[in-house]
Design a protein around this ligand. Structure first.
Ligand code: ADP
Ligand code: MG
Length: 274
């Protein structure tokens, strides 16, 4: 199982869109067995592929009147349960999606609280809790795609401990690029105990072809980081926003959209090189 992490300490740069689209293309077009792992309490990857039909009025009553958050959980067990329970069977947590070859390890909002619970339990090393579970399914999948949150925390470290390569989506702004630098420092720390971990590179997402500085920015990036800049831009597409309401992968919902075409190019590049 080859493992790719999508990571940037900045939010809203395209980690989830990239993770879900890359996972979908690998599974459905490249016919690979793929496990998508959601490590973000925002659970956006999970929501995209959650199969459960929800009635909004029932939800509102449960959450606001009965104070029952669990009703929002699409699945009985999520990744947080694995992080705090070494005896939980990972097979019970992994879910099928509606796409052939694509399974998901779902997250839930409680992942934010889980971090505190992990700190309180010192029986097993905190960094390796997810690895202990996923080692058991490593032979069942060709690829594992990790959708990380924009944070420096123990949950992301659990992801980086598993990863072979880290890819960083960048938006063409200062903070996305600063987020890349901060992420790089954490990756360097984790690579001291996950020696296979490598920074594969960064690529621009939500790329605006009308950006007059675009050509200069690409030339600059290729010049200063020739090994780490992936010169494939994922173009802006309104479909990237719409697909989240349709609960479908971008490359399924809008197969011929510019962004889908670009992601296919990226997947071809990644598979050939890494
Ligand atoms: N290529 C794209 N074109 C237009 N909007 C995009 C594109 N990629 C992502 N977005 C939008 O940008 C926002 C942030 O993307 P997301 O993947 O959720 O980022 P992150 O996971 O880094 O927080 C979302 O609303 C998403 O729909
Ligand atoms: Mg995200």
């Amino acid at each position: 199982m080859k493992t790719y992490a999508l990571f940037n300490v900045k939010g809203g740069v395209g980690k989830t869109t990239s993770a879900t689209t890359i996972a979908h293309i690998l599974a459905t077009e490249k016919k690979q067995k793929v496990l998508l792992v959601d490590l973000d309490p925002q659970s956006n990857s999970t929501s995209l592929f959650a199969l459960k039909d929800v009635n909004i009025l029932t939800l509102l009553k449960k959450v606001f009147v009965e104070n029952d958050l669990n009703v929002l959980k699409a699945y009985d067990y999520t990744i947080g349960d694995l992080l705090v329970n070494p005896d939980l069977d990972v097979h019970k947590v992994i879910q099928k999606t509606s796409y052939e070859n694509l399974d998901i390890l779902p997250a839930f909002l409680d992942l934010a609280e889980i971090e505190e619970k992990m700190k309180a339990d010192i029986r097993t090393p905190q960094q390796f809790r997810l690895k202990q579970h996923l080692d058991k399914v490593a032979n069942d999948y060709d690829y594992c795609i990790l959708d990380l949150s924009p944070s420096i925390n123990i949950i992301n470290i659990n992801g980086l401990v598993l990863a072979d390569y880290v890819f960083t989506p960048l938006k063409c702004d200062l903070w996305g690029i600063a987020g890349y630098c901060i992420a790089r420092n954490l990756i360097q720390t984790v690579s001291s105990y996950n020696t296979k971990l490598k920074i594969a590179g960064c690529f621009f997402v939500q790329w605006d072809t009308r950006l007059s500085l675009g050509k200069q920015i690409r030339e600059f990036m290729s010049g200063v980081m020739p090994d780490l800049y992936i010169d494939i831009q994922i173009r802006k597409s309104v479909k990237a926003e719409e697909m989240t309401y349709e609960h479908r992968a971008l490359s399924d919902y809008a197969s011929s959209a510019n962004a889908s075409v670009d992601y296919r190019k990226l997947v071809d590049y990644i598979v050939a090189k890494y």
